[in-house]
Design a protein around this ligand. Structure first.
Ligand code: UDP
Length: 236
């Protein structure tokens, strides 16, 4: 039995990039698809939100002179590209996965609808929610919080390269220590860069627990489903 019936998994665009400087690393994509397949076949209902930072970020576009809204729209399209890639990798492994977009763009994806998404999840299909929230000035972290809450997921899992939340950036500060658990308020107080404030606030207001964990270690996702305490749990 899985600890969670329905999860929202957030994968950043950067993690899909692997060791490349840009774009999608096919090996990384395949290994994520393998991980997701294991839990989906065990009956866990999996909704996914993928970022787009490996292709385009609105904020960096704005710094380079792009209009911010157009830049964000480009960023949202980048998340659609990643979502299509992930759905294709899952499909090729025999996992039914459909892309739902926050902005209408049939036939690339179905227009997102909570109940259609839940029907798909309950029928055993993976739902990949693309284009974030559909609005500029938001991030895919906020898109994930929104979808996790809307789709009544048991938990939002933020898959990263790091194995949890630390007192400081462990890639820069060797004295940084990891939290097993932390409250939303503590994240604000310590100004920890886990997710943007909007995303954290939405999860807090709706009591959506978050687990930040290392998605690049094969088997971690399955361990989480069996109730193993890995990563950092964020709760009230
Ligand atoms: N984006 C947006 N609205 C959303 C979600 C994303 O405008 O609801 C844009 C924004 O420009 C962002 C880009 O899409 O920089 C890629 O998303 P994000 O930076 O969250 O990707 P990640 O860091 O997870 O790879």
């Amino acid at each position: 039995m899985s600890k969670f019936k329905r999860i929202l998994l957030k994968l950043s665009g950067e993690s899909l990039m692997g060791d490349q400087g840009y774009g999608i690393d096919p090996d990384r994509l395949e290994s994520y698809a393998d991980e997701i397949k294991v839990i989906a076949k065990k009956g866990v209902q999996v909704a996914i939100v993928v970022g787009g930072g490996n292709i385009f970020r609105g904020l960096s576009g704005a710094t380079a002179g792009f209009d911010r809204v157009k830049g964000d729209q480009m960023g949202m399209l980048a998340t659609v590209i990643n979502s299509l890639a992930l759905s294709s990798a899952l499909n090729s492994k025999g996992v039914r996965a459909s892309v739902m977009t926050a902005v209408r763009m049939e036939p690339i994806g179905t227009y997102y609808d909570k109940w259609k998404a839940i029907d798909t999840l309950e029928a055993g299909g993976v739902v990949i929610c693309a284009a974030g929230t559909g609005n500029p000035y938001f991030t895919t972290d906020t898109g994930s919080s929104l979808r996790a809450i809307e789709l009544e997921c048991d938990v939002m899992l933020k898959g990263t390269r790091v194995d949890g939340i630390y007192t400081a950036d462990p890639e820069k500060d060797p004295t940084a220590t990891r939290f097993d658990e932390i409250t939303y308020d503590e994240i604000y107080k310590r100004n920890l860069k886990v997710m943007d404030l909007t995303a954290t606030a939405m999860c807090k207001d709706n009591k959506m627990p978050i687990v930040v964990f290392d998605m690049d270690t094969p088997g971690n996702l399955t361990k989480l489903m069996s109730g193993e305490k890995i990563g950092t749990l964020v709760k009230l």
